[in-house]
Design a protein around this ligand. Sequence first.
Ligand code: AMP
Length: 281
Amino acid sequence: MQVVRELDVVKEIIRDLKNKGMTVGFVPTMGFLHEGHLSLVRTAKSENDFVVISIFVNPLQFGVGEDFERYPRDLERDRELADSAGCDLIFVPAAKDMYPPGYATFVDVDRLTEGLCGASRPGHFRGVTTVVAKLFNLVSPHKAYFGQKDAQQALVLKKMVQDLNMDLDLFILPTVREADGLAMSSRNKYLNSGEREEAPVLYKSLLLARELVARGERDPLIIGKNMEDLICSARGAVVDYLEIVDTEELKPLKSIKGRCLVAVAVKFGTTRLIDNIFVEV
Ligand code: AMP
């Protein structure tokens, strides 16, 4: 497995592979890999000849006062995990190469980015779509893999690929969870032991929503109130948002119908966790 930092080198390697008729799968990440990332890599490996992971903590997608500086970074650890999952190349660009002085081009997806994490983190998705568009141009994969854990991000990127006629297929794979239901995330590392104990309440609240719907409840306000009560019973938990939206436009629903996305963001101290599930009637 190679580790490549230079932008033109990665382009050249991929060009050569494609000239030989090989297919390329791509998993963009911010590193500090866990089983959620590795599940994407394994699927990519099963569907492509060559798999690239990018590791880039993208300054553009972090707001002022967010965790850009303290975001966990450990390339040695990532290298071993990526290798064990079948990755062929880790691309680790430097911020100064991705955004050299005078950099001026950004990608924005309208509407889908307004609610949920877009409302709590202004400018976040502009950073995500810009960096992923750049990474797609550098790696030019046949297939790219993203996690359902970041449901809004995955939908926004799908829209970008569609609207900009990008020549690749984008796949969204299921959320990988810890044994107690907590969605795996590099940010879980920030949690102290008390917070870690309480953190599964996000998933519990989503399961509660599913159970209420199964019992016939169709009012998002009532479901939301039950979820909120449960989350607030966890020590230190502060709800950032809690929404039931449609799966295409991500607009809040007035009543539960068809396939819906239940999404939550909860803060424990300075750590913000997100999770979601689908419910269907
Ligand atoms: P990140 O490094 O957090 O930017 O995540 C990189 C990719 O891994 C994104 O497509 C995420 O949605 C995906 N991912 C993160 N956590 C999980 C998880 N628990 N299960 C599945 N995919 C995940």
